[in-house]
Ligand binder design. Structure first.
Ligand SMILES: [Fe+2]
Length: 185
């Protein structure tokens, strides 16, 4: 943890981490994503963050804060702070993931691989088609399967910052850049 985020009630984060560890140990790997999503839905209303908006953001307008990496490398927990107008490049993930909105509203646009030359292409990624957008508020939990499923970009279309909590099924402490497969550079 880099100190930018401080959980007012650290017990809730510890409980979430401990129970995620138990689930990912006891269940077969196909069950990890839905089980952790159900756990995150329960925990999310009880997680409070103190944000430090002086933390520098990257060129896309967001900052990542690693909160925990599982000692056995099975999962990682991080928070992301999104400034107004922030937007990720289009990407997939190399692991299952669960994302919960803690504060503010976050947009997500999903994509699929183009199968018909008549489909309108995406300017930033001509091999993809957009399959929809949604706006999610506090308490919302979404999940993503590993690439080639779940291609998306996340953005903050509001005038206020937003914060999300993420659990991914891989060791991002060991490989901090190993999560994303980029479709747009
Ligand atoms: Fe993502």
């Amino acid at each position: 943890m880099d100190g930018a985020f401080c959980f007012r009630n650290g017990t809730q984060l510890s409980k979430l981490i401990n129970e995620t560890g138990a689930l990912t140990t006891e269940l077969d790997c196909c069950s990890h994503r839905p089980a952790v999503a159900a756990l995150l839905r329960l925990a999310l209303p009880h997680v409070n963050l103190v944000q430090d908006d002086s933390e520098p953001v990257n060129e896309h307008g967001y900052s990542r804060h690693m909160l925990h990496t599982d000692p056995d490398g099975k999962f990682s927990v991080l928070a992301i702070r999104w400034t107004p107008g922030a937007c990720t490049p289009i990407h997939g993930h190399n692991a299952w993931g669960c994302v919960g909105v803690l504060e503010g509203e976050i947009g997500c646009e999903t994509f699929d691989h183009k199968t018909d030359s008549h489909q309108p292409c995406v300017a930033e990624a001509p091999d993809l088609v957009s399959t929809g957008k949604l706006l999610a508020g506090p308490g919302t939990v979404a999940t993503v399967d590993p690439d080639p499923c779940g291609i998306h970009r996340i953005f903050n279309p509001t005038n206020s910052p937003a914060t999300t909590l993420h659990i991914y099924g891989m060791d991002l402490g060991e490989r901090p850049d190993g999560l994303n497969k980029w479709y747009q550079h």
